[in-house]
Design a protein around this ligand. Structure first.
Ligand SMILES: Nc1ncnc2c1ncn2[C@@H]1O[C@H](COP(=O)(O)OP(=O)(O)OP(=O)(O)O)[C@@H](O)[C@H]1O
Length: 710
C-alpha cells in the first residue's frame, strides 16, 4: 500500500518532469520479461534519475545532477529526497539507487547531508566538487561512467539473484516442462554463468537466508542442463536430477522416509518430489528383488512338481523375465509357445487317485521368447492370430473378449491374470483347464479350443456364447411372470448340471453368469473352483476359493466357517453334488421372484442367514410383478425340494428333470369332461370310495393320459 502511494506520488511529481514521464528502467527489451516476474520497477522519478541522458535507457547520475541544478526550492529537493528514502525501503532498485547516492556522499537518506546540512543545490554541487577533488584522476565524465557501470552491475546482480531464487524454488517444476520450455528456461540460466563471482557472493542469502541450498550458479545450471547431481554443502550425498544412469543405491535412506531424509540432510523442500521419486524407485527395486527371490524359489518348487523340461532357462532368465513382465492392463500378450498339443495330451484325470495325492497333469510350459506378437487389437495364442471384436464380460480376475480367428470364425478369448507365484491359484487354473478338457466332448459345456499359460497370464480360446443367463434374467426382470420361459431355462440349466454331475464333478460355484447361450443352447462356461469328486465320495473338501455367497449352500458355508475357527487347519469346506442343487434352487428362485432367496440380507448377515436353519425361505404364492400371477404349485414344490437344508433330502438332477413342473401334462377339454362324467357315474353307484380305489382310478387316468395329451 505504502509502496503504491510512494510510487504514485513520485509519478505525480515526475509528471511535470519530461524525462520522468516517459522513461522507465523496465522499458529496455532486456527486461521485458521482468514485467511479469522481475523485481518492482523504479518510480518514474528514480527512473528518470537513472535513465536521463542515457541513450540506452540506463541509469545516469548526470540526470540526477541536472535535476538538482534545476531545483531552486529546498523544500522541493527535500520532498524528492524523501521519496527516494521511501523507495529505499520498498524496492531493491530503489535501495540500490540510495546506496549509490551514499557512495557519492551527496544526499543522505533523510534528505540531509552527512553533516546534517539541509540539501541544496549548492550542497550537492559542493559535495560533488569535493568528491572530484579527492580523486584527481576522476573527471566528472569518467566518474559518471564508472558509477553507471557499477549500478548496472549491481542491478544485474540483484536481478540474477532473484531469478536464481525463483529457479531454485521451481527446480522441480523444470522437470515437468516440455523440451521447448525447459530449453528456454535453461537459456535464461546461462546468463548466470557470466557472473559466477556475484552468484558466489550471494549464495548464502538464497532461500530467505535459511541456509538451505548454497548452490553455486555452476552447480545449479550444470545440474539442470546436464542432469548432474546437485550437491549440498551439508550433504555429502548427491541428489541426481532425473539421471537414468544414476546409481540410486548411493543414497541411503535407512529407516527414513523422503521427508525425514530431506530434513536430516537439510535439503530444501523443493527437492522433496525428487527425493521421493528416488525413494520410491529404491523401494520398487527392493520389492522386485524380493519378488525375484520368491519367484526363483516358487519356480523351483513348481519345477519339481510339474517336471518342467528346461529349468535352467528359468534360473538364467530370472532378471530378464522380470524386466519383461507383461503389461496387465492392455490387450497384449507375451506370446510364448507352450507346445499346446503336447500339454493337452498330458491332461488326464485319474479319478481313482485320492484327493490329497491327485497330481495335476496340465504343465506350465516354459516360454520361448522368440515369438512375441503385438499388433493393435490382435493377439497370438500359440501362433494363431485372433482379432478382438468386443468385450463379452469380466469376472473376478478375468476379461472375456469376442475375437475373430482364422477363417473369420468367432471365439471367446478369456484372459485371466493370476499370481504366478501362488501355487494354489496356478493349480486352480490348471484344474479348470483339465475339467474343460475332460468335458470337451459334452454338449452342455462350452468347448475349449486352445489355451496358453505363462507368467501370470492365462488365455483360453473357447466357443463363443451370445448371452449369459444373468443377462437374460436381467432383461426379463421388468416382464411379467412367464412359466414357459422359466420351465425352459430350468430344464436347460439342469441338463448342463447333469453332464457335470454325471462326470462326477461338483461345480461348486453355480450362478447365472456361468451359463451362456450358444446357438440356442445353454452351456456351462466356468469351472473356476470345480473339482472332481473322488469315487464313492459324496462330498469333497475344497480349499482356495469361495463361491458366490448368494447361491452358496448352507453346508458349504458352515463347513467353511468351522474350518476358519480352527485356525490351525487349512481353509477348506465341504461341497458335494447337493450343493450344486442348492445353487440351482437359488437360480430358479431368482427366475421366479426376481432375486435369490437371501438377497434381502447384506454382506455378512447374508452368510449368517443362509447358515441359520431358523431363517426360513419364503415362497410367495404369487409373482412379484404387477400382475401378481399365481405361481404353479409344482414350481413352488420344485424350489422347496432344491432348497432343503439337509443336503441328502434335496432332489438330484434326474429327479428335477422328471419333476411334474418340468414334465407337465397338458390335456384336452374333452379329457376333463370325460373324466368328470365317468367320476359322477362311478360315484352314483358307490356309496363310499376307499383310498385304494381312488389310487387305482388315478393311476388308470394317468396311464391313459398320453392318449389325451394336447
Ligand atoms: N465362452 C463365452 N462366451 C460368451 N461369453 C462368455 C464366455 N465366457 C465368459 N463369458 C462372459 O464373461 C463373463 C465372465 O466370465 P467367467 O465367468 O468365465 O469369468 P471368471 O473370472 O471365471 O468369473 P468369476 O470368477 O466371477 O466366476 C461371463 O459372465 C460371461 O458373460
Amino acid at each position: 500500500m505504502s509502496k503504491y502511494k510512494h510510487h504514485s506520488r513520485s509519478r505525480k511529481q515526475g509528471d511535470g518532469d519530461t524525462a520522468g514521464s516517459s522513461i522507465s528502467i523496465g522499458s529496455s527489451s532486456d527486461f521485458e520479461e521482468e514485467d511479469n516476474i522481475g523485481p518492482p520497477k523504479l518510480s518514474n522519478f528514480g527512473s528518470a534519475l537513472l535513465a536521463k541522458n542515457n541513450d540506452t535507457g540506463r541509469n545516469s547520475l548526470l540526470s540526477r545532477l541536472q535535476m538538482a541544478e534545476t531545483m531552486t526550492n529546498p523544500i522541493d529537493v527535500q520532498s524528492r529526497s524523501q521519496t527516494i528514502y521511501s523507495q529505499t525501503q520498498e524496492s531493491p532498485q530503489s535501495s540500490l539507487f540510495a546506496m549509490n547516492l551514499q557512495r557519492t556522499n551527496t544526499i543522505h537518506d533523510n534528505g540531509f547531508t552527512n553533516n546534517n546540512r539541509p540539501i541544496s543545490t549548492t550542497t550537492v554541487q559542493q559535495d560533488h566538487d569535493e568528491t572530484m577533488n579527492k580523486d584527481s584522476n576522476f573527471s566528472p565524465n569518467n566518474k559518471l561512467k564508472s558509477m553507471q557501470q557499477h549500478m548496472k552491475e549491481e542491478l544485474t546482480s540483484r536481478y540474477t539473484e532473484r531469478r536464481i531464487n525463483r529457479l531454485l524454488l521451481s527446480s522441480n517444476r523444470m522437470n515437468k516442462l516440455g523440451p521447448a520450455k525447459r530449453a528456454s528456461s535453461l537459456q535464461n540460466l546461462e546468463m548466470n554463468e557470466k557472473y559466477p563471482t556475484m552468484m558466489n557472493s550471494n549464495n548464502n542469502t538464497l532461500d530467505n537466508g535459511k541456509n538451505v541450498h548454497n548452490l553455486t550458479t555452476k552447480s545449479l545450471s550444470g545440474s539442470l542442463s546436464t542432469n548432474k547431481p546437485i550437491i549440498s554443502p551439508n550433504n555429502t550425498e548427491a541428489v541426481p536430477q532425473n539421471d537414468p544412469l544414476y546409481d540410486y543405491s548411493k543414497i541411503d535412506f535407512g529407516e527414513l522416509n523422503p521427508l525425514q531424509y530431506l530434513k536430516k540432510k537439510n535439503l530444501p523442500s523443493s527437492e522433496l518430489p525428487h527425493i521421493s521419486k528416488i525413494y520410491f524407485e529404491k523401494r520398487k527395486e527392493e520389492i522386485r528383488r524380493a519378488a525375484l527371490r520368491k519367484y526363483s524359489s516358487s519356480k523351483e518348487v513348481l519345477l519339481n512338481k510339474t517336471k518342467i523340461e528346461k529349468p535352467e532357462t528359468i534360473v538364467t532368465n530370472n532378471q530378464e523375465n522380470i524386466n519383461k513382465e507383461p503389461k496387465i492392463n492392455s490387450f497384449e500378450a507375451v506370446s510364448n509357445k507352450p507346445r499346446k498339443r503336447e500339454a493337452l495330451s498330458n491332461v488326464s484325470i485319474n479319478k481313482k487317485e485320492p484327493e490329497h495325492k491327485k497330481t495335476k497333469k496340465v504343465e506350465i510350459q516354459e516360454p520361448i521368447k522368440t515369438n512375441t506378437y503385438r499388433r493393435n487389437n490382435s493377439i497370438k495364442v500359440n501362433d494363431i492370430e485372433y482379432e478382438r471384436m468386443e468385450m463379452l464380460g469380466r469376472g473376478g480376475s478375468s476379461k472375456v473378449y469376442k475375437v475373430k480367428g482364422p477363417g473369420n470364425k468367432v471365439y471367446a478369448l478369456k484372459r485371466v491374470i493370476f499370481d504366478e507365484f501362488d501355487e494354489t491359484s496356478v493349480n486352480g487354473f490348471k484344474g479348470e483347464i483339465e475339467l474343460l478338457q475332460k468335458l470337451d466332448k459334452m454338449d452342455r459345456v462350452v468347448h475349449l479350443y486352445d489355451y496358453m499359460m505363462d507368467q501370470g497370464l492365462l488365455y483360453l480360446i473357447m466357443e463363443c456364447g451370445d448371452f449369459d443367463l444373468s443377462q437374460i434374467l436381467q432383461t426379463r426382470m421388468t416382464e411379467a411372470f412367464d412359466s414357459s420361459f422359466i420351465r425352459y431355462y430350468i430344464k436347460e440349466m439342469i441338463e448342463c448340471i447333469k453332464i457335470v454331475h454325471d462326470s462326477d464333478i461338483v461345480h461348486s460355484d453355480l450362478k447365472p453368469a456361468n451359463f451362456v447361450v450358444v446357438k440356442g443352447k445353454l452351456k456351462i462356461i466356468d469351472f473356476g473352483i470345480a473339482n472332481a469328486v473322488p469315487d464313492h465320495t459324496v462330498n469333497i473338501y475344497r480349499d482356495t476359493q469361495i463361491g458366490t455367497p448368494n447361491y452358496m449352500a448352507p453346508e458349504a458355508l458352515v463347513a467353511m466357517s468351522e474350518q476358519q475357527q480352527q485356525s490351525n487347519k487349512k481353509n477348506t469346506w465341504k461341497v458335494g453334488k447337493p450343493s450344486d442343487i442348492w445353487s440351482c434352487g437359488c437360480i430358479i428362485y431368482q427366475m421366479v421372484y426376481g432375486k435369490p432367496p437371501y438377497a434381502n440380507y447384506q454382506g455378512q448377515s447374508r452368510l449368517l442367514a443362509i447358515m441359520n436353519p431358523d431363517v426360513r425361505i419364503i415362497f410367495p404364492e404369487r409373482s412379484n410383478d404387477i400382475e401378481k400371477t399365481l405361481i404353479p404349485k409344482t414350481l413352488i414344490e420344485l424350489m422347496k425340494q432344491c432348497l432343503i437344508r439337509d443336503p441328502d433330502k434335496r432332489l438330484t438332477v434326474d429327479e428335477i428333470l422328471n419333476c411334474s413342473y418340468l414334465k407337465p401334462v397338458i390335456v384336452t377339454e374333452f379329457f376333463i369332461k370325460d373324466l368328470i362324467k365317468n367320476a359322477v357315474i362311478f360315484g352314483s353307484k358307490q356309496k363310499n370310495v376307499s383310498d385304494d380305489k381312488i389310487e387305482e382310478l388315478t393311476n388308470d387316468v394317468l396311464n391313459r393320459l398320453d392318449e389325451f395329451k394336447m
